[in-house]
Write a protein that binds this ligand. Structure first.
Ligand SMILES: C[S@@+](CC[C@H](N)C(=O)[O-])C[C@H]1O[C@@H](n2cnc3c(N)ncnc32)[C@H](O)[C@@H]1O
Length: 266
């Protein structure tokens, strides 16, 4: 299992906080025409699905994930939002049950980071896209945070997350690689833009949903695995987490960069 965050209730809550805090950043310029069919790859608990379906009511969203528990949450979330233009499938990315060239658009959010072979995934996805169709990819990069007050110890705690992903063959620094990955996979018209999340004391909602609820909660969740693998001692890790929470104080600042890539299949 390469997905180090797991599928429990706290991870579902973290995905919700993450989606809420970056909704505009990601979705403000993501719209699909009426009549088009969009394949959402690795939809998880449906956090992005709700935005995709709500923002493009005339499009049909076909969303898949390999994890049944997440799909159950996703179905409930879409139903609660009253959206009817979504269908869900349980499927494995490397063995998809769909017809070739049957989608107008692909949407991939926070999935490549968890794949040992992200380039292979992007290449195989081309088979399901019709010529002239587009792909949209959204990824973070855990090398991008900086904050005030600064803390070497906080960076050491973050590094544990990065290293644990590296040890299962996945890449927490994937955001910066979107351009070469999309080009390398053979897409054209590749455009990548950084999307910054800047949080200070004037943005209490983002303090809660992003600095605490998305980023620090994610790092905090690897505590037992980081200790088990002797990446760090408990005291240093806990101090690093305390320092990350300290950046969520009214006089603290937190900064993170996501990357959005779009491209076309010639
Ligand atoms: C971090 S979650 C992101 C979920 C959702 N896209 C979002 O932004 O909230 C990554 C998802 O990718 C799914 N996933 C990872 N590898 C997969 C594979 N090989 N086939 C299908 N789903 C996969 C996981 O089950 C998980 O739900």
């Amino acid at each position: 299992m390469n997905y180090i965050h797991g599928y429990g209730a706290s991870e579902a809550e973290r995905l919700h906080d993450q989606a809420t805090s970056v909704r505009d950043l990601l979705h403000a310029d993501t719209r699909y025409p009426a009549g088009s069919v969009v394949l959402e790859v690795g939809c998880g608990t449906g956090e992005q699905t709700v935005s995709l379906a709500g923002n493009s009511p005339g499009a049909r969203i076909v969303a898949f994930d390999r994890e049944t528990r997440s799909l159950t949450r996703a179905r409930a979330r879409v139903a609660a939002a009253g959206l009817t233009n979504v269908e869900f499938h349980r499927a494995e990315l490397f063995a998809l049950p769909f017809r070739r060239a049957s989608f107008d658009h692909l949407f991939v959010c926070f999935v490549l980071e968890h794949l040992p072979r992200p380039l292979d995934a992007l290449v195989l996805l081309k088979d399901f896209l019709r010529p002239g169709g587009t792909i949209t990819v959204f990824e973070g990069d855990h090398g991008s945070p900086f904050f005030h007050p600064d803390s070497e110890t906080a960076y050491r705690a973050i590094w544990c997350q990065v290293e644990l992903q590296r040890r299962v063959g996945t890449n927490a620094y994937i955001g910066r690689q979107l351009y070469p990955l999309l080009r390398g996979a053979g897409y054209t018209n590749v455009v990548v833009t950084p999307r910054n999340v800047y949080v200070d004391g004037s943005r209490p909602a983002l303090i809660e949903s992003f600095t605490k609820g998305t980023f620090t909660a994610m790092v905090e969740a690897v505590r037992s695995e980081a200790l088990a693998q002797q990446l760090i001692d408990a005291e240093t890790f806990d101090q690093g987490i305390a320092d990350l929470y300290r950046t969520a104080s009214p006089d603290g600042v937190f900064f993170y960069t996501f990357f959005k890539g779009t491209a076309t299949l010639a």
